[in-house]
Ligand binder design. Structure first.
Ligand SMILES: Nc1ncnc2c1ncn2[C@@H]1O[C@H](COP(=O)(O)OP(=O)(O)OP(=O)(O)O)[C@@H](O)[C@H]1O
Length: 569
């Protein structure tokens, strides 16, 4: 489900400085390189013939000067061209790194596809593609064609020999491409992927070893890995053989140019200068086409990475901001919200409406898989509702500035997901948190004493590999949710894995958040334990139906301060 389209093609080349003037400059520099070579070849031919007749040593020095000048000019043009391409690669990385990662996160939230790492690899592949010689080699084909035309001009025999070699080079390139396509079709046969899968399994060593699955896992991995390795080695051997064949064809062609040149000299229609010029030009033309063989893989990786990035950014465009609705009420307003993913016979949430003023606590219950966590994700604005809207203090929770909105909410997801950083950074949600606020949040969550017992205290690493117990991780996660007195606190099964003390601390934390004017949503399979704190009980049923009830008899308070109870239609 696309939230909004940025544009049909978000990777417009102009964004990275590739304007018509830029392309024109690249082509001019390429022709400049070729003209340098032309100059060298022509001078060599003429001068060699001249020296043969005059035997003048000065002519040789002249020849040397022309050679050196032509080489310097050619290399200068080559260098300028590479610098221009480097600048595009650099701009590409700078422009896309943040945007592509944000799109990857949105895609992961929406479809549970974690593509962050692939995105960074894709950006590097495209940068390598732009600056690593692939585009320069493609441009050199222009020079190659000009050289080929000149070889024909020198003598059609030289031209046909060179053309034959170029044709065979293209056939070899096509054979390599066909072999690579066949290999890529079976992505499961990639040894690197198989090893990555194995590493994934080793992230759960207790399960693999505890359930006695290690021997069977290893056998399965060995079998698949060996098969994949054999396929890859066969492919590499085929590519090497084809490259060798190409080298052989190149040598044969060079010999043929010499033989043809000698025949022309013997027939009196050619000179040594002509032969040398044809030889140099032919080599240059063949070389320009031959280079594509070596660049093939980079080219293929670069273009596929480019397409993946383009699709990702196009499909996962940032939601457009919606203005504050000044007519809406302060607090959390859920207005006629339906969530009905494609392919499902019934909605997960159907026309849910409620208005919760500041300081309201709602406990949400329902059987497994009914849509409780999905409702929380909708409220947090992580998923766009299929219909309806959700506002927190008059601001739409999906179509908003996430950095600003994130500071107003606290979220404890079902699986805690602590970041690879110390406890201080985790609770404070960033690299430079306010230590007082971090400690206040830890105290509110009942985590402060537990953290104090750890050898490094707040500097203790808290990531996956850090070894905190799951209860300790939950407390840190809860402290993170309470950091900064959030306006909206969302807790998904918070009591799971907590002992009696920690549960009491959790209840105190919720009371504190409420006293600070926060709205609290708690998903719980133990709803009755929250009824004394909660104001409302929302029950979700299969097919998106729901009921919302007060947990106590409605007090005769001012109506405007009370939550508005809508009922399903
Ligand atoms: N973005 C989505 N697209 C399609 N289906 C989704 C999406 N998000 C959630 N679902 C589906 O909605 C259903 C409800 O999932 P959810 O995790 O909200 O249930 P739950 O009530 O929290 O369950 P539990 O109590 O077991 O945690 C599941 O079948 C899930 O696959």
């Amino acid at each position: 489900m696309t939230t909004s389209m940025v544009s049909s093609n978000p990777l417009k080349l102009r964004r990275f400085g590739v304007t018509p003037a830029f392309v024109f400059t690249l082509v001019l520099l390429t022709l400049g390189c070729t003209i340098g070579i032309f100059n060298m070849v022509m001078s060599t031919g003429h001068l060699v013939d001249g020296v043969m007749e005059t035997r003048n040593i000065d002519t040789i020095y002249g020849l040397l000067a022309v050679f050196v000048t032509a080489i310097i000019l050619s290399n200068l043009f080559f260098y300028l061209r590479l610098r221009l391409l480097d600048s595009v690669a650099e701009r590409f990385g700078l422009a896309l790194r943040t945007e592509a990662l944000q799109a990857a996160v949105r895609s992961a939230v929406r479809a549970d596809i974690v593509s962050g790492l692939t995105v960074l690899q894709d950006i590097t592949s495209v940068q390598r593609f732009i600056s690593g010689g692939s585009i320069a080699s493609a441009l050199d084909i222009i020079g190659g064609v000009v050289c080929l035309a000149f070889v024909f001009y020198l003598d059609t025999g030289f031209g046909w020999i060179t053309s034959g070699n170029i044709l065979l080079t293209l056939v070899v390139a096509w054979l390599i491409r066909r072999a690579a396509n066949r290999k890529n079709k079976d992505a499961a046969a990639d040894p690197a992927m198989i090893s990555a899968e194995m590493s994934g399994q080793l992230l759960h060593p207790d399960l693999v070893r505890g359930l006695g699955q290690l021997p069977a896992t290893l056998v399965r991995w060995h079998r698949r890995y060996d098969a994949a390795l054999t396929a890859t080695q066969a492919f590499d051997a085929r590519v090497s053989a084809l490259m060798e064949l190409q080298g052989l064809l190149f040598s044969v062609c060079s010999v043929l140019i010499f033989v043809h040149g000698l025949l022309l000299i013997i027939a009196g229609t050619g000179t040594i200068g002509l032969m040398i010029a044809a030889f140099m030009m032919s080599n240059h033309a063949m070389g320009a086409f031959g280079v594509i063989l070596g660049q093939w893989e980079v080219w293929q990786q670069g273009t596929s990475a480019w397409q993946r990035l383009r699709n990702l950014i196009r499909d996962e465009g940032a939601p457009q901001l919606r203005p504050i609705d000044h007519d809406a009420q302060i607090g959390l307003v859920i207005e006629n919200v339906t969530f009905w993913p494609e392919g499902r016979a019934k909605p997960i949430i159907h026309k849910l409406s409620m208005t919760l003023p500041p300081g309201c606590v709602v406990v949400i219950q329902g059987r497994n898989g009914v849509g409780k966590s999905t409702l929380l994700r909708l409220v947090l604005g992580l998923l766009p509702p299929t219909e309806g809207r959700i506002l927190l203090d008059r601001q739409d929770t999906h179509y908003c500035d996430r950095a600003e909105f994130g500071m107003r909410i606290g979220y404890l997801p079902q699986d805690i997901q602590l970041f690879e950083a110390d406890i201080m950074t985790n609770i404070g949600r960033g690299p430079n948190p306010s230590p007082e606020h971090v400690v206040a949040a830890a105290r509110a969550a009942g985590a402060h004493t537990m953290i104090g017992r750890l050898p490094l205290g707040y500097q203790t690493p808290a990531g996956q590999s850090a070894g905190l117990s799951s209860g300790e991780q939950r407390l840190v996660g809860l402290a993170r949710a309470l950091y900064g007195s959030p306006r909206l606190l969302v807790l998904d099964e918070p009591e799971v894995g907590l002992d009696g003390n920690a549960r009491n601390a959790l209840r105190n934390g919720v009371e504190r958040a409420r006293a600070d004017g926060g709205i609290v949503l708690i998903v719980s399979h133990e709803a009755e334990t929250w009824l004394d704190i909660a104001d409302l009980k929302l029950k979700l049923e299969a097919g998106g139906t729901w009921s919302l009830d007060p947990t106590r008899p409605e007090p005769a308070a001012e109506q405007s301060k009370e939550p508005h109870l809508a009922q399903p239609r």
